[in-house]
Write a new protein. Structure first.
Length: 319
């Protein structure tokens, strides 16, 4: 459904909702760049109201019409406040509407959207560790330690992926397997550079070709190390994109506007004419919208409206 500036009940209510959200967002504390902390200890009374309203929407409007679903897909409580300084209320709603938005450029996330692991990380790590003499590992324990290390705070101004991220992945392997074996690390590091470690999303290549045939420019925008280009080439995916934007090459990671700016510049498409598709409400959706993208859609298991396949993505783009 398209949001139009008429006096229909749906449009009137949608305007009131977005104006209310904008009011709450404007009261959020401002931080450098687009880094806004929405945790309770940093949230003003108005900000707490803003968050409450966002979650109230998710509870009370889930079964309503497409325009409500579009708002929910934006995961409003995570949106940086400065978004509302760059977009008016009508554009915020329309930009999130899969039925009314026709981008000139489409940016695709890699992990969780285009690619998935061929095997669970805990299976691969534990099996490799056993081959290198590590005994007694429990798969769930490997998985928990992997997640904890991945989420561990980093010093300000540093990136998770620098170059091929060898040192980062060495820490990940050691923490997950409780082993500092260099041969174990090398086996796992080399494994994830190979195409057989990954599974391409079903029908993604055919759907991407349809988007290109419809004159949409395509790029990858990914928080990844510098091995990504070779990996996409080996998976026969690189040629489907007009540009490949890798955080380790740009020197910025989502949700930084810098990486989204690099994507739109590489395609020669204004940010307002870009769509970004990703699986993280904060890094992908909030980040792209804060960078001025016309739309950002949540894909996969966390999607609130069933955008879980490339076939559905193509359908919503009218191709």
């Amino acid at each position: 459904m398209s949001i139009t500036p008429d006096d229909s009940d749906e449009c009137s209510l949608s305007r009131h909702i977005v104006i209310a959200l904008a009011k709450g967002a404007a009261e959020q504390p401002r931080r450098r760049g687009s880094d806004v902390d929405f945790s309770p200890k940093h949230t003003t009374p108005g900000g707490r109201w803003f968050t409450l309203l966002g979650y109230s929407l998710s509870l009370s409007l889930q079964s309503n019409t497409d325009w409500a679903s579009s708002i929910l897909r934006m995961r409003v409580p995570s949106l940086p406040g400065r978004l509302f300084h760059r977009c008016n209320a009508r554009r915020v709603v329309a930009a999130a509407s899969s039925a009314s938005y026709h981008p000139a450029g489409v940016s695709i996330d890699v992990y969780g959207v285009l690619l998935h692991l061929a095997q669970p990380v805990e299976e691969v790590y534990a099996s490799a560790a056993e081959r290198h003499g590590v005994r007694g590992l429990i798969r769930d324990g490997v998985k928990a330690r992997w997640r904890a290390e991945f989420a561990a705070p980093r010093p300000a101004g540093t990136l998770r992926y620098e170059g091929d991220a060898r040192e980062f992945w060495r820490r990940m392997v050691a923490a997950s397997t409780t082993s500092s074996s260099e041969s174990l690390f090398t086996e796992l590091f080399d494994h994830y550079a190979k195409p057989e470690a990954w599974a391409v999303a079903p029908n993604a290549p055919a759907c991407l070709r349809r988007l290109r045939a419809a004159d949409m420019k395509l790029c990858v925008t990914s928080n990844f190390d510098t091995r990504l280009r070779r990996l996409l080439h080996d998976l026969e995916l690189a040629s489907l994109f007009d540009a490949i934007i890798v955080s380790a090459e740009v020197g910025a990671e989502k949700p930084s506007p810098k990486i989204f700016d690099a994507a739109s510049a590489a395609l020669g498409v204004p940010p307002r004419s870009m769509l970004h598709v990703g699986d993280d409400p904060d890094a992908d959706v909030a980040g792209a919208l804060a960078a001025g993208y016309g739309a950002a859609w949540l894909f996969g298991k966390r999607s609130t409206d069933g955008l879980t396949s490339f076939e559905e993505l193509v359908r919503r783009l009218g191709v």
